[in-house]
Structures are given as structure tokens and as C-alpha cells.
Design a protein. Structure first.
Length: 115
């Protein structure tokens, strides 16, 4: 199983970014995916999750209305569209999946929101 995040960058407050997570080594279309983030000095937290068919999505209260999770099962990729970014969104963003009792994580992509 391999999860590779991309799209992190330095962006000004109010800006937008789209993160991608390319998955391989498992049947992507069968499993839910999620995005987590970890800010400096803080614990890792759930940002958003999506079911295997995209029928169910959930968001942290802090990002609801600003972030949107989606997936393309033909490309084995999950996305996180981030709008109206705030300095407190600065973190390393991780892609995660879980199945057969094991969780898998990517290595993360850094998002920095600063003027």
C-alpha cells in the first residue's frame, strides 16, 4: 500500500489549494479515505473523510464550508480542495486509509498559510 500526497505550498490568507493523494497497492474503490493534519506542537486531527462511493463525507467543524473532499476512483486519487485558507490551517496534511484492521498513512505534504 502506498499513499503519496502532493499539492502543499505556501499560500496567502484567503487563498486556495488543492491537495492530491495518489493511492496504489490496494483496491482503492472499496475503501474510505480521509485527510488528517498536524500543526507544529499539536496532535494530528481529522480534517475530512469520504466513503468509497463518495456517498458520505464528513468534515471537522473548523474546516466545514471551506474545504471539500472528493475522489476519483478511476484515478485512485483523493483530493482536498481548500478555500479561504487561514493561518491556523498551516500544517502537514496526511492521507489515510484503513482496512482489514490496519491503517495506512502517506508521508504528508506541507501547507503554510502566511502573508
Amino acid at each position: 500500500v502506498q499513499l503519496v500526497e502532493s499539492g502543499g505550498d505556501l499560500v496567502q490568507p484567503g487563498g486556495s489549494l488543492r491537495l492530491s493523494c495518489a493511492a496504489s497497492g490496494f483496491t482503492f474503490s472499496r475503501y474510505g479515505m480521509s485527510w488528517y493534519r498536524q500543526a507544529p506542537g499539536k496532535e494530528r486531527e481529522l480534517v475530512a473523510g469520504i466513503s468509497n462511493t463518495s456517498s458520505n463525507k464528513n468534515y471537522a467543524i473548523s474546516v466545514k464550508g471551506r474545504f471539500s473532499i472528493s475522489r476519483d476512483n478511476t484515478k485512485n486519487t483523493v483530493y482536498l480542495q481548500m478555500n479561504s485558507l487561514k493561518p491556523e490551517d498551516t500544517a502537514v496534511y496526511y492521507c489515510r486509509t484503513w482496512f482489514l484492521g490496519v491503517e495506512y498513512w502517506g508521508s504528508g505534504t506541507l501547507v503554510t498559510v502566511s502573508s
